[in-house]
Design a protein around this ligand. Structure first.
Ligand SMILES: Cc1cc2nc3c(=O)[nH]c(=O)nc-3n(C[C@H](O)[C@H](O)[C@H](O)COP(=O)(O)O)c2cc1C
Ligand code: SF4
Ligand code: SF4
Length: 260
């Protein structure tokens, strides 16, 4: 089994790890697409299983995840595809992920949309805070067990019917991006360098002070969540409005949706 996460704030990784946990006795390796350097193999054979987990950005697969997934090559390799979203909606992300997987010769035989703490969630405006939580991960594990049983019962991969997934093809275009690049509160920054290590696109540099390359930033909020001094903030008025809207309107708990 290969885990293939792109997961700047960790929730997609948690979900696919729980799915794999149910398939006991099979060695698990990881091909991590989160960081530019990457790790792990890029080509997969027909006797392997890959479990891909990516976040939903604006109803689609996060664009940097798309770019990095396109470096993978399957060979009629069975795949489980998982999109993690912040309790608003996943819209066309699962169908897009299915199509990316198929183009690289993977066979998506199971899919899931799970909920993770929203990247814009904070202490004052929590949005799906703490998710995936215990019940989410129990659902993920049970899903993994069902997938394992399904795979064991399959005589040929051709018999694996790719499940119908919700979403539009062609995919809908998302809204124009907001000004989301974090700003530095210089007085609070201790120059510890932690934020540099979590940035998935090497957008942060530390010389005299922390600087963020607006062109490279994918707005994932990993640096904000990792900073022990709360020295990175996104506080532009349009972002505050979106955060407040999500906090007020995405309160009803959504549950994982599974397709097998
Ligand atoms: C730029 C951006 C756009 C997002 N768009 C959506 C969205 O359309 N719907 C949603 O429910 N969550 C959205 N989210 C929240 C993430 O999908 C969610 O936090 C996810 O759990 C992050 O996955 P990760 O922890 O694996 O990085 C967005 C987050 C970011 C940073
Ligand atoms: S993690 Fe925070 S305190 Fe540390 S260098 Fe980055 S911004 Fe500064
Ligand atoms: S600088 Fe941008 S891309 Fe890098 S961790 Fe921060 S929000 Fe994410």
């Amino acid at each position: 089994i290969w885990l293939v996460p792109f997961s700047p704030t960790g929730s997609s990784r948690q979900v696919i790890t729980a799915i794999a946990a149910a398939m006991t006795g099979i060695p698990i390796e990881e091909c991590d697409l989160t960081y530019a350097a990457g790790v792990g193999r890029r080509r997969f054979g027909p006797d392997e299983l890959v479990i891909i987990g990516v976040p939903v950005y604006a109803g689609r697969v996060a664009p940097l995840a798309v770019e990095r997934l396109q470096t993978l090559q399957g060979d009629r390799t069975p795949a489980v595809i998982v999109a993690t979203y912040g309790n608003r909606d996943f819209e066309d992300a699962l169908v897009e992920l299915r199509d990316i997987a198929r183009q690289a010769s993977f066979v998506p035989l199971a899919a899931g949309a799970f909920i993770g703490e929203h990247s814009f969630s904070g202490a004052e405006t929590p949005i799906a805070a703490g998710r995936p939580d215990g019940p989410d991960l129990a659902i993920a594990e049970a899903f993994g067990a069902r997938i394992g049983a399904r795979l064991a019962a399959l005589e040929t991969l051709d018999a694996a019917c790719c499940p119908d997934l919700p979403g539009n093809v062609p995919y809908r275009e998302g809204p124009p991006p907001l000004p989301l690049t974090p700003a530095l509160v210089e007085a609070a920054c201790t120059k510890c360098g932690i934020c540099l290590t979590v940035c998935p696109n090497e957008a942060i540099t530390l010389q005299e002070k922390i600087a963020i390359d607006v062109e490279r930033c994918i707005f994932c909020c990993a640096c904000i969540k990792s900073c022990p001094e709360e020295a990175l903030v996104i506080d532009a008025a349009p972002v505050r409005q979106v955060r407040q809207w999500l906090h007020e309107h995405c309160t009803a708990r959504r549950e994982p949706q599974l397709y097998l």
